[in-house]
Write a protein that binds this ligand. Sequence first.
Ligand SMILES: [Ca+2]
Ligand SMILES: [Ca+2]
Length: 245
Amino acid sequence: MKRKLCAAAAAFLVNAVASAAVTTYTDQATFDADAAAIMLTTVDFDNLAVGTDVTGDDLGGVLIVSPSGNSLDVVLGSSTFTPPQMPGGLNSMPATSGTQILSPGGSALVPGPDPRQIDTIELLFSTAVSAVSFDILYQSVDGALFSRATAYDSTGAEVGRITPIGFEPMSAGGSRFAGFLSDNPMTNIARVVIDDFDNNASFPDSNIGLDTLRFTDLGMDNPIPIPAAGLLFLPVLAFLRRRRG
Ligand SMILES: [Ca+2]
Ligand SMILES: [Ca+2]
């Protein structure tokens, strides 16, 4: 009897792990509805001094780093500009909250292969989070965004990926929403990489930025929810403890 119960308990655990999943979102309204029960904190870059390089700064439980060593500058969205030698010289990166954004390399949205254009960034959470969302800013939301956002759990395993889609060539600057929601602590998100693959000078489209980063508030009591399967498992555990005693 005890052996059968142990097997059943093991099966519960395996199923709980197997059902752990991260859902990806490209629509903020849907993400907000699904994450409504989670207390989120927001890093909107609007309370930092213009010109701050946030490299190495703890922004409420997240570090933002540039693998290429690019500066991570807080700037006014309205100050971003495409140098005149590029086509579409009016392109800029508008903020999605307040007036300030994170623009790797600063306000000048220079063409590749300038190091200020190598805009890949990583978000490193001090504690893996159940929810994270942000807006990826584009110098031009054209049809070839050459970027993606990938989420990883605490073991380094990939748990979700979003490849944003844009419009036609020479589109104006804008943003794309990306959200990740984990339904199980096993798949909570420890790291997000926002890759920038566009390093040429063909269109005014090669710079990306970040704004309105939100994630599970690590400063609040952040109880780890017990999955439904775990709740079912509790009586089995109690029974085994009694038998063992
Ligand atoms: Ca902002
Ligand atoms: Ca840049």
